[in-house]
Design a protein around this ligand. Structure first.
Ligand code: MLT
Length: 200
């Protein structure tokens, strides 16, 4: 998986996952606002869907290739471990930050690998699996933006994902807005507030 790395001054690392058609550069500006002293690892998805980068394959919009997602989530785990070793940054101090398709592979990672990282910020995620279950995420801070009028994510999926995190006892904080599938400045402000509450 291609990536970009910027050294920080603390032991925290923000790992960034772009949305469909994005690139590793997309969320770097947001990372700086979240924590200008953290290391940054910005990943780029390996899947090429008609020229658009993604982190896993889909059968059609909104319907995921779950086998591919499982395999690529295992590859992501290997990537995180390898990058942790290369840059001498602990996986346990990583906060995963993703938008849309990037947020979906983060939920898949938390579902398959549990509490191996410090937490997650999810912007406009969907359910990664038709039957998404998290094991014990006790106390894991997770911020999630969701919209009542998202043309891509059905409201029922947002509430089901929030419920799944609650069931696993994650410290899930939803932020509901009316900005559709977009990532607005207000959403970023809310995420910064959440971040500072947990990791400042
Ligand atoms: C996906 O993973 O397919 C998304 O949630 C929707 C998108 O990225 O366009």
């Amino acid at each position: 998986m291609r990536h970009r790395y910027e050294r920080g001054k603390t032991d925290r690392t923000l790992v960034l996952f772009h949305g469909t058609g994005g690139s590793m550069d997309d969320l770097v500006g947001i990372a700086k606002v979240l924590d200008s002293s953290a290391h940054v690892i910005a990943l780029e998805g390996d899947v090429d869907e008609h020229g658009m980068k993604r982190f896993f394959k889909r059968i059609r919009p909104g319907v995921f290739d779950e086998q591919d997602l499982i395999e690529r989530t295992h590859a992501l785990d290997d990537t995180l471990k390898a990058l942790a070793k290369k840059y001498e940054v602990p996986v346990l101090k990583m906060v995963l930050v993703g938008y849309s398709n990037g947020a979906n592979i983060i939920s898949s990672y938390l579902s398959l690998f549990g509490k191996k990282v410090a937490g997650a910020l999810l912007f406009q995620p969907m359910l990664p699996f038709r039957d998404t279950v998290f094991e014990d995420l006790e106390g894991l801070p997770v911020f999630m933006s969701a919209s009542e009028n998202d043309p891509i994510v059905p409201l029922s999926q947002s509430t089901a994902l929030i419920d799944a995190y609650k069931k696993a006892h994650a410290k899930i904080q939803p932020y509901w807005h009316k900005d559709g599938h977009s990532l607005s400045n207000v959403t970023i402000e809310k995420a910064v507030h959440f971040f500072q509450t947990h990791w400042a």
